[in-house]
Design a protein around this ligand. Sequence first.
Ligand code: RNT
Ligand code: ZN
Length: 425
Amino acid sequence: MPQAPSDTPLHSAYQLARERYGLLGVDTDRALDSLAGVALSLHCWQGDDVGGFENTGAALGGGLAATGNYPGKARTADELRADLDQAYRLIPGRHRLNLHALYAETGGRRVERNALRPEHFAAWRDWAKANGHGVDFNPSCFSHPLAADGFTLASADAGRRQFWIEHCLASRRIGAYFGRTLGTPCVTNLWIPDGYKDTPVDRAAPRQRLRDALDQVLAEKFDPAHHLDAVEPKLFGLGSEAYVVGSHEFYLGYAQARQILLCLDAGHFHPTETIADKISSVLLYLPAILLHVSRGVRWDSDHVVTYTDDLQAITQEVVRGGYLRRVHIGLDYFDASINRVAAWVIGARNTQRALLAALLEPAEPLRALEQAGDYTGRLALQEELKSLPFGAVWDLFCLKQGVPVGPAWLGEVRAYEKTVLAQRA
Ligand code: RNT
Ligand code: ZN
């Protein structure tokens, strides 16, 4: 990339911001270095509305819903990779890919999910290797005839349960392959839709079955340098409004007992409940966690991540606690009503913006006020911080990382839409 001159208005604005933050003891250069070290895991499924490439004609299942019909969605793995390349070009820093088992490339042959193997992901691996992306992975326990009754690992049918156990185990092996061959641990995250639309009589038996199935899935051990396991709870889903087997308490207990990662999805709790407050608690008992940064609107609607108070509260907790190394940050939303590449870019840039805001907090003065019991001063400073020249620091980050500053990225997405997406009629 061409060397940017260092005397532009953006640089002058940054210098002023740097001095202003300096007065509060905040080192903006250091914040930029820290931010550059944070890799987000970009979710492949935003690119094609959680469709995948099995071509079975199965509708999106498991209570997941991608609404909208914006033209140009990726139809093949090559198209999806091209769209991802375009998104990564507009997101500052180097980032990971979060891949679902649905996105296997089987060369047109039907391969059952319990028979998936690393070779079906070799093209993804080669692409990730060539572009410096770490990869995270997910078994796909939905959009499948054997999940059509709403149950997978917790199914009362032993045959179905076995099928999904095998799929999850196959997925962990694929995750370990990514981690081993890319030299950065893969987080394989397990989410299942299992639950009831209406009030169950027996809430216990499905949970016992799930616990036992998970133990079988996890029986094979992998080097944590290559592979980490996460489990993702949910309060309710479309079609599982009354009862979800894998609830928060279920997986919190399970993750703690087995010392694996818990995945906190911002859309998976009561509408006013935020995951920000959970981070410092669960990290007392777990080695690490995974975040699914999302935005619920009234229900777990998986809207594109915007720069909300909720998002800021999450990144503040991660930064204030010094948890950046123990918190794996993934995005999880799917919006089919807007340009899908733009959706990735908006959510990722917002998450980074919120991380930067947290990294620019004057931690010492804020803590000192709190420890002194000066809650007036704490509130006053917290509010004053909101109008500090944060944007100038963000702009310089984009400039230094060689990505468009401000809304200029949108022009590139529009050009890509015209030359590439619009041709996919
Ligand atoms: C579903 C979970 C899960 C999925 C993806 C596709 O409610 O949030 O993470 O969104 O695995
Ligand atoms: Zn999720």
